[in-house]
Design a protein around this ligand. Structure first.
Ligand SMILES: Nc1ncnc2c1ncn2[C@@H]1O[C@H](COP(=O)(O)OP(=O)(O)OP(=O)(O)O)[C@@H](O)[C@H]1O
Length: 263
């Protein structure tokens, strides 16, 4: 049985009499512990696909199976980390994570266990020191770390990352990519990440799913990234496998599926 199965998903949005087909026959199987990136030009339907996996948007036809069970609503087994760090501004860093932990483990773990678990997850993303700060008092990168801690603390089967580093400067982005690689190595989570960044996709992923342009976007190619882990960004710069993977994605995006802006 596959761990996560995206099974012949079509998605159509209806607005009045007009209907747009955003995704056409998208199928993909993801193994437990895999890190999969989804890359494609703006508007092709990456977020729509992630939202369907999250259960936030229904597929028009086809569906999602997680460990053989159909997904048709959001659930704690699929945590989402968004680009615009969706923390509640009136709560502290600690309380933002606590909200998710109490929701998922309120009945099964004692107060002390939940406290330890919140602190453990804040430690994982190196944010324990800022536990009493509010989102307005910390940087964008720090907010994103807290968002990741909140997602991980739910112990999801799958962590869904929607351009998690898109709004960050290059250095912060690199630090966070390293943190996510370390967390993935330590915990073995299954992760699906949307990105626009070819280097980020190659650095982090076991597989890169390349989407064709919309409307009616589909999976154009899937690239296996045969790089050993742990991966060091500086060593990879001159690694042949890395360079070849990067070139394959760039050629897909800028030669075979060049984005042409609608007039
Ligand atoms: N709720 C909705 N109703 C109607 N159309 C929608 C809705 N959500 C998304 N779309 C349309 O579906 C298409 C795909 O959007 P989506 O956000 O999934 O693309 P994306 O690849 O994630 O884009 P980007 O990379 O720019 O974030 C777009 O044309 C968008 O306008």
């Amino acid at each position: 049985m596959s761990y996560l199965k995206i099974d012949h998903v079509d998605k159509r949005f209806q607005r009045g009499a007009a209907s747009t087909e955003v995704l056409k026959d998208v199928s993909l199987v993801i193994d437990k512990g895999e890190f999969v990136s989804i890359i494609g030009h703006s508007g092709c339907g990456k977020s729509t696909l992630l939202n369907i996996v999250a259960g936030l948007t229904p597929a028009t036809t086809g569906g999602i199976l997680l460990e053989g069970k159909e997904v048709n609503a959001p659930g704690p087994d699929r945590a989402v980390v968004f680009q615009n760090h969706s923390l509640l501004p009136w709560l502290t860093v600690y309380d933002n994570v606590a909200l998710a932990v109490n929701k998922v483990f309120g009945r099964t773990r004692s107060r002390a266990e939940r406290h330890d678990w919140i602190m453990h997850n804040l430690d994982l993303v190196q944010m324990a020191h800022a536990r009493d700060k509010r989102p307005g008092e910390i940087s964008g990168g720090m907010k994103q770390r807290v968002g990741i801690a909140r997602g991980l603390a739910m112990e999801p089967k799958i962590l869904l990352l929607d351009e998690p580093f898109g709004a960050l400067d290059a250095l912060t982005r690199a630090h966070l990519q390293d943190s996510v690689m370390q967390i993935h190595a330590a915990l073995g989570n299954t992760m699906i990440m949307i990105t626009h960044d070819v280097d980020e996709a190659v650095l982090l992923s076991d597989r890169i799913v390349m989407m064709t342009n919309g409307p009616s976007a589909r999976i154009g190619e899937v690239l296996d990234v045969h790089l050993t882990r742990p991966r060091q960004r500086l060593e990879l710069v001159s690694d042949r496998t890395y360079i070849a993977a990067r070139e394959a994605v760039l050629k897909f995006l800028y030669e075979r599926h060049r984005f042409v802006e609608a007039a």
